[in-house]
Write a protein that binds this ligand. Structure first.
Ligand SMILES: Cc1cc2nc3c(=O)[nH]c(=O)nc-3n(C[C@H](O)[C@H](O)[C@H](O)COP(=O)(O)OP(=O)(O)OC[C@H]3O[C@@H](n4cnc5c(N)ncnc54)[C@H](O)[C@@H]3O)c2cc1C
Length: 429
């Protein structure tokens, strides 16, 4: 290990911070520079759509991942917030960064580089001309949504995926009316299947959300009679749907997915995935070029990265907390060790989501030849959904069964057969 190497990490989120922590834990004593576009120290995103929104009235602390003292003193990080990477030169081994007002471009040299720039929320066309139309990706977004909820806003949520559904849950927890607009026939139906879609619809309906399925947003409309503010924006007043309905709204929360933050790498020679522009890595989180060779000394981790997960014999990109944290640590450890010690990153993907009082947890992958729903036979409730690929159990969703999910994760890691998975489920339900 080159203990004096200069490690530069771009992206001061979860994967970026875990990279820095892993480097120090592995005994790295050289300089570590953490570059972050946002003005905040690294914070945790899952609470932003859950308890951060649901807690009414009381002051809620920003969910920082580590206290400032630990970041500066214990980890001894050179954190540069408000600093955006705008280019990468892999020959000179420098990152071009923009910061300050008026902005200035500098170059930060590295010996080893970890890219952990995550993903940015998609927005709806026309949102830029309106106030009150918010995505939920950043702490600033969450503060703005929270303010709207505190004001008792009339809310429309666009997209019944995980983030949209959690926002709706938080609004309902405060007793606010909420309408959810979803273009598909049921929430999550494309990724998790028809049966899960129906269960998720039921959760919304049982908790008093107005769920509009199979309709898209045709237009966002400003409030009648409003005038543009100094930024040329008017307050939102309504959401027009593709079936001609108009929903009055003074807060629209858009949860229609995210795209990897890689625009700054377009000229760098780094291979960007043809589907979504994410960074393509090998199994060690080493970044690749278009010709498939490695970009030396450059690694990636978290929501931004596609990598070869040998446990499932496929390349995947996840937007999950656990893998982002683990990949950050793997990338930094590999960056600071000799090639013969590089470790591949393999995992059974895991995520959770809280809808009303119900926890959904998923392990594995949902691509499936067959989906089997097993309801608990006693009266305690809870559902397990199994996903089969060929003759292997590849994924499991538990709804209200936190006691089972890690057992299924172990089964999937052991490449359990479908029949073993089904039998295990039958015995447990
Ligand atoms: C509201 C919300 C709720 C979630 N809930 C769950 C959950 O319940 N369970 C779960 O498993 N997962 C959840 N997730 C997903 C999880 O939080 C992410 O997978 C994780 O945060 C990814 O970490 P990351 O470090 O890869 O990216 P991020 O956390 O997005 O961090 C990337 C950082 O890089 C910065 N950056 C981007 N571009 C640049 C640039 N050019 N220069 C410098 N800095 C840059 C960004 O500003 C950002 O701070 C949730 C996500 C959100 C948004």
């Amino acid at each position: 290990m080159n203990e004096q190497a200069k490690l530069v990490v771009v992206g001061a989120g979860l994967a970026g911070l875990r990279a820095c922590e892993a480097a120090r834990r592995a005994g790295h004593t050289g300089p570590i520079v953490l570059l972050g576009e946002e003005t905040h120290l690294p914070y945790d995103r899952p609470p932003l759509s859950k308890e951060f929104l649901a807690a009414e009235g009381a002051d809620v602390d920003d969910p920082l991942l580590r206290p400032a003292a630990m970041i500066y003193d214990e980890l001894d990080l050179d954190v540069r917030t408000g600093t955006r990477a705008v280019g990468l030169d892999t020959i000179e081994k420098t990152v071009a960064v923009e910061s300050g007002y008026p902005s200035r471009v500098d170059h930060v040299g590295y010996d080893e580089l970890v890219i952990a720039t995550g993903a940015a929320a998609r927005q709806l066309p026309g949102a830029e001309d309106l106030t009150g139309v918010l995505a939920l990706r950043t702490l600033d977004d969450a503060h703005a949504v929270r303010l709207g909820l505190d004001a008792g806003a009339n809310i429309v949520v666009v997209g019944a995926g995980f983030i949209g559904s959690e926002v709706a849950s938080a609004a309902r927890a405060r007793g606010l009316p909420v309408t959810i607009v979803e273009a598909l026939d049921a929430p999550l139906v494309r990724s998790l299947g028809v049966e899960v879609g129906a269960l998720c619809s039921r959760l919304h309906l049982e908790n008093g959300a107005d769920l509009r399925l199979g309709v898209g947003v045709a237009a966002l409309k400003p409030l009648d009679g409003s005038v543009p503010d100094s930024h040329g924006q008017r307050p939102v007043g309504a959401v027009e749907l593709s079936d001609g309905t108009s929903l009055a709204a003074d807060l629209v929360v858009v949860g229609v997915g995210a795209v990897p933050s890689t625009a700054w790498l377009r000229e760098s020679g780094v291979k960007l995935h043809e589907r979504d522009g994410g960074i393509v890595c090998d199994e060690t989180m080493g970044v690749l070029r278009d010709d498939g060779s490695r970009v030396e000394h450059v690694w990636a981790a978290g929501d931004v990265a596609h990598w070869d997960n040998s446990l499932f014999e496929r390349t995947m990109r996840l937007e999950h907390w656990t893998s982002a944290a683990e990949q950050g640590a793997t990338a930094a450890r590999n960056a600071l060790t000799a090639p013969e010690e590089w470790k591949p990153y393999t995992t059974v993907p895991y995520f959770w989501s809280d809808w009303y009082d119900t926890r959904l947890q998923f392990v594995g992958v949902p691509q499936a030849d067959e989906i089997l729903v097993q309801h608990r036979s006693d009266n305690k409730g809870g559902t397990v959904v199994l996903y089969r690929e060929a003759d292997r159990l590849v994924g499991t969703l538990t709804i209200g069964r936190p006691d089972l999910v890690m057992k299924y994760r172990r089964l999937i890691a052991q490449r359990a057969s479908w029949s073993d998975g089904v039998q295990f489920g039958a015995a447990a339900s």
